[in-house]
Design a protein around this ligand. Structure first.
Ligand code: ADP
Length: 319
């Protein structure tokens, strides 16, 4: 193994730059030649690949987003498109790839490995929805951003005795919402793995109002319901001003927090050591504070990450 390529794919996450930096510098310090591919699998297909030197990753550890760019490129499902991408890698004599992204990107990495280029994947997503790892790169930064937003909403909803609904990203994983709700002291939590009935939520809110609650914050994961409609429904039935705030892409930006920078640095460094040992079709994770590697199939075929019921129980006892 002499030449390694790195790319970031799918939804971006704070800490991706720190991961690229770690991969590039560990590679260079192991006398490897390092290459960066722009815009994920799209850049691989379009042959937008540059050699990366030590200075290309200077002043990157603290920067949000990914300087290589990321993309959704559904055409990569097509075998012929992947064959062109593989040709581009082989023309440059790149021996292996490190791919930073979510579980969709993992599927692409698996297919490239099957075509003869060993790939190792790093979990780069704020959602924390990848099976087999306790945390993903970007999760803790997004969590801090959400908590800051909730704190700000708390100030103003308290002043106006308002009910606030905060919609949190996370696709089908409630980790961000649950942790942010606990740290932000939210009164109500709605998660993807719960059966959601707006009538039941309303009942809980009415009970809280009767007990003298002056305001409330409801944390809800995206893709569960239309939060604007939910706000109207609650306002109509409680006579309390109710507003919905969709945090959206705000959650994705910003400088990575220390934990994400360190996690990215550890995982990038570990990925190079595994590539040098000839591994492919593997992904990197962290379990009980130890960096691990496991088969990409394990991550992609087990969709359901274990839900933290103990945390939900605590949240309910803190209302
Ligand atoms: P994430 O990596 O954040 O989960 P996506 O699910 O959008 O984001 O996946 C990122 C990219 O990975 C897709 O745009 C596509 O290029 C590639 N990809 C996803 N699924 C597959 C697949 N089954 N085969 C090949 N490539 C895939």
């Amino acid at each position: 193994i002499k030449r390694i390529g790195v790319l970031t794919s799918g939804g971006d996450a704070p800490g991706m730059n720190a991961a690229i930096r770690s991969i590039v510098r560990t590679g260079l310090n192991n006398k490897l030649e390092m290459f960066g591919i722009y815009d994920g699998y799209l850049g691989l297909y379009e042959n937008r690949i540059i050699q990366l030197k030590y200075s290309n990753v200077s002043n990157m550890i603290n920067r949000g987003g990914t300087f290589l760019g990321s993309a959704r490129f559904p055409e990569f499902h097509n075998h012929n498109i992947r064959t062109i991408a593989i040709k581009n890698i082989k023309n440059l004599k790149i021996d292996a790839l490190i791919i930073i992204g979510g579980d969709g990107s993992y599927l692409g990495a698996k297919k490239i490995t099957e075509l003869g280029i060993p790939c190792i994947s790093l979990p780069g997503t704020i959602d924390n929805d990848i099976f087999g790892t306790d945390y993903t790169i970007g999760y803790f930064t997004a969590l801090e951003t959400i908590i800051e937003a909730i704190d700000r909403l708390r100030d103003t909803s308290l002043s106006h005795q308002r009910i606030s609904i905060v919609e949190v990203m996370g696709r089908f994983c409630g980790d961000l919402t649950l942790s942010a709700a606990i740290a932000g002291g939210c009164e109500f939590i709605v998660l993807p793995n719960m059966i959601f009935k707006k009538e039941l939520l309303l009942k809980e809110i009415q009970i809280a109002i009767k007990k003298g609650k002056k305001h409330a914050i409801i944390a809800i994961t995206e893709c569960i319901c239309d939060v604007e409609q939910l706000a109207k429904y609650i306002e109509y039935n409680t006579n309390r001003e109710t507003r919905a705030t969709i945090l959206g892409h705000i959650q994705r930006g910003g400088a990575p927090v220390a934990y994400d920078r360190i996690l990215a640095s550890k995982m990038g460094n570990y990925a190079i050591s595994k590539i040098l040992k000839g591994y492919g079709g593997q992904c990197i994770g962290i379990k009980n504070e130890k960096i691990i590697h496991y088969d990409i199939d394990v991550a992609t075929k087990n969709k359901k990450k274990k839900f933290q019921y103990n945390l939900l129980k605590i949240a309910k006892e803190l209302y």
